[in-house]
Design a protein around this ligand. Structure first.
Ligand code: ADP
Length: 507
C-alpha cells in the first residue's frame, strides 16, 4: 500500500518541482543512491520485492548421482537406504503407525562423499532436492539466518509441487556452524537460526505431502547442540568414514572410467599406496594424473603419471625452490636415512625416494602401507618412530649435526612416543595423564626417544657403504622408485662389505 502511494506521489512531486523550475538533479541522484542501498539490503535479507524476484540459491542443478556412483561406504549406503524407506514405503509406515524419520546426520571427514550420498538419496527416492551449507546462514543481521531456514523448507515444498514429486530432501552441509551448542555466550543470531531449524523439524511430521527429510553433514558431531540429536530430530546417525583399501580401489575405478589408462596401470596398487586418502583426494589423483599425461602429450595415462599425481595430492605442488648443492646433499643423506630404516624395519615398504621440493618439503620418502592399519602394537610404533628419526640421525652421522629439516619428523616421533605412554605400553604402566606430573610423561617420552635414537644410529652404521656409494646416484637421478632403491641397497651392501670405507664424520 505504501509502495503504491509512493509510486503515485513521487512523479507528481517531480512534475510540480519542474513546474517551479527547481533543479531536481541532486534530489534524483540522492534518491537513486537510497534506492540502490534498499535493493541491496533487501536482497541480502531475502525479503522485499527484490528478494522475491531473485532466484533461489538453494536449488541445485539436477544430478544423476546414484548410489552405485559412490565407491565403498557399503555400510553407510545400506543404513541410509534403510532410512529412506520411510519416504518410499509410506503405506507400510502408516500401517504400523511408525513415527517417520525427520533427520539423518552424516558424520565423517571432509571429502568422503556425504554430499554425494545426499544427492543419491534424492534420486533413489525421486525427491525434490535443495542444499545449503551452514556457513551460508552466517549473517551479521539478526533474523536473516532464521529467515533463510524458512526459505529452505518453503523452497523444497514448492519444488516438489512443481515437479509433481511427493517427497523432498533438504541437505545442510557443515551443520555445526548453525547447530553448535547453545551455551548462552553465542550470538543471538545463531540461536535464532538453530531455533528456527528445530521448529521447522518439529513441523515436518504434520504434513504428509510432500514428506520432507533433512540430511545434514558434519565433521564435528561433538559440537552439536543436544537438542538436535534427541530422538525425533536427527535420529539416524550414519558414519561416513575414510575409505579402506578395497573402497579406495572402487573409487579410483569409478573416476578412471572412460579415461585412457595405459595397460600397466595397477589401480589396486595405487589404492594400496593411498592409505588415509579421502574420496575427494582419490578423485583428484585420477584427475591430476590425466593432466600430467596431457601436458606430456602422452596418448595414455601411465603409472608414472599416477605416481606424480599421488605425490602432488599428498605433498602439494612441486616448488621452484632451488636448493643449494650443500642443501641437496644434506637432504639426500636425510632421505636415505629414512628410506634405509624403513626397509630395515619393514622390507618392501619404500615406495619412492625423492629429492624434488614439494610443498614444504625439500625431499621425501613415500612409504607403502602394506595393509590398512587401525591398531598399532608397541613394536610397530617404535619402528615407525625409528623411520622418523632416521633422517636426523643420518644427517648427524654423515653430515655433522642436525638441521631444521627434521622438525616435522620429531613432531611425529614425539606424537607416537606419547601414544605409547598413553596406551599403557611404557614403563609408567597404565596412566591417566591428569593423575601424573607432566614432567614424568616428558621424561618417559624422552627416554623412549633416546633409546630409539641409539637403535637407529646402530642400524644406520651398518649401512656406511650404502651412504658412500648410493648418495651420488640419488643426487643425480633425484627420484628412485622403491624397487630401484632396494636393488641398489642390496648391491651396495654387497660391494660395501668388500671394499667401501666408512663415511663417518664427513661433511
Ligand atoms: P563431503 O560432502 O563428504 O565433503 P563430497 O561428497 O562433496 O564430500 O565429495 C567430493 C568429491 O569427492 C565428489 O564430488 C567425488 O568426486 C569425490 N568422492 C568422495 N567420496 C567418493 C566416493 N565414495 N566415491 C566416489 N567419489 C567420491
Amino acid at each position: 500500500m505504501v509502495k503504491e502511494i509512493l509510486f503515485g506521489a513521487v512523479p507528481a512531486v517531480i512534475v510540480f518541482l519542474l513546474f517551479l523550475k527547481v533543479n531536481i538533479g541532486p534530489f534524483l541522484l540522492f534518491a537513486a543512491v537510497l534506492g540502490g542501498i534498499y535493493v541491496l539490503l533487501s536482497r541480502q535479507a531475502g525479503t522485499g520485492f527484490a528478494g522475491k524476484a531473485t532466484r533461489s540459491r538453494h536449488i541445485v542443478p539436477k544430478t544423476n548421482i546414484q548410489f552405485s556412483d559412490i565407491g565403498g561406504q557399503e555400510r553407510a549406503k545400506r543404513e541410509l537406504k534403510e532410512a529412506l524407506d520411510f519416504l518410499i514405503k509410506k503405506d507400510k509406515i502408516r500401517h504400523y503407525g511408525i513415527r517417520p524419520i525427520k533427520g539423518v546426520l552424516l558424520t565423517g571427514p571432509p571429502g568422503t562423499g556425504k554430499t554425494l550420498m545426499a544427492k543419491a538419496a534424492a534420486n533413489y527416492t525421486n525427491s525434490a532436492f535443495v542444499a545449503a551449507s551452514g556457513s551460508q546462514f552466517v549473517e551479521m543481521y539478526v533474523g536473516v539466518g532464521a529467515q533463510r531456514i524458512r526459505e529452505l523448507f518453503r523452497e523444497v515444498k514448492q519444488l516438489a509441487e512443481k515437479n509433481g514429486q511427493d517427497s523432498g530432501i533438504i541437505f545442510i552441509d557443515e551443520i555445526e556452524v548453525i547447530g553448535g551448542k547453545r551455551d548462552g555466550q553465542q550470538q543471538r543470531e545463531y540461536d535464532q537460526t538453530l531455533n528456527q531449524l528445530l521448529t521447522e523439524m518439529d513441523g515436518i511430521g504434520s504434513t504428509d505431502n510432500p514428506r520432507i527429510l533433512l540430511i545434514a553433514a558434519t565433521n564435528r558431531k561433538d559440537m552439536l547442540d543436544p537438542a538436535l540429536l534427541r530422538p525425533g530430530r536427527f535420529d539416524r546417525h550414519i558414519v561416513v568414514d575414510l575409505p579402506d583399501r578395497k573402497a579406495r580401489e572402487q573409487i579410483l575405478r569409478i573416476h578412471a572410467a572412460g579415461k585412457p589408462l595405459a595397460d600397466d596401470v595397477d589401480l589396486e596398487k595405487i589404492a594400496q599406496e593411498t592409505f588415509g586418502f579421502s574420496g575427494a583426494q582419490l578423485e583428484s589423483v585420477v584427475n591430476e594424473a590425466a593432466i600430467y599425461a596431457m601436458r606430456e602429450q602422452s596418448e595414455t595415462i601411465s603409472p608414472r603419471h599416477f605416481a606424480l599425481a599421488v605425490d602432488k595430492v599428498m605433498m602439494g605442488e612441486q616448488t621452484d625452490r632451488e636448493a643449494t648443492v650443500e642443501e641437496k646433499r644434506r637432504v639426500a643423506i636425510h632421505e636415505l636415512g629414512h628410506a634405509i630404516i624403513s626397509e630395515q624395519v619393514r622390507p618392501g615398504s619404500v615406495s619412492q625416494v625423492t629429492l624434488t621440493p614439494r610443498g614444504q618439503a625439500l625431499g621425501y620418502v613415500r612409504q607403502n602401507p602394506l595393509e590398512d592399519r587401525y591398531l598399532y602394537t608397541k613394536e610397530a610404533l617404535e619402528q615407525q618412530i625409528m623411520v622418523c628419526l632416521g633422517g636426523a640421525v643420518a644427517e648427524e652421522i654423515y653430515y655433522g649435526g642436525r638441521s631444521t629439516g627434521s622438525k616435522n619428523d620429531f613432531e611425529q616421533a614425539l606424537a607416537m612416543a606419547h601414544e605409547i605412554v598413553q596406551s599403557g605400553m611404557s614403563r609408567l604402566g597404565i596412566v591417566h595423564l591428569s593423575y601424573i606430573a607432566k614432567s614424568q610423561v616428558h621424561e618417559e617420552v624422552n627416554r623412549i626417544l633416546e633409546e630409539l635414537l641409539e637403535r637407529t644410529r646402530w642400524v644406520l652404521r651398518q649401512f656406511d657403504p650404502v651412504f658412500a656409494n648410493s648418495l651420488q646416484i640419488l643426487l643425480e637421478k633425484e627420484v628412485l622408485s622403491g624397487d630401484v632403491f632396494r636393488r641398489m641397497l642390496h648391491e651396495q651392501q654387497l660391494v660395501g662389505s668388500l671394499s667401501a670405507q666408512p663415511l663417518a664424520g664427513r661433511g
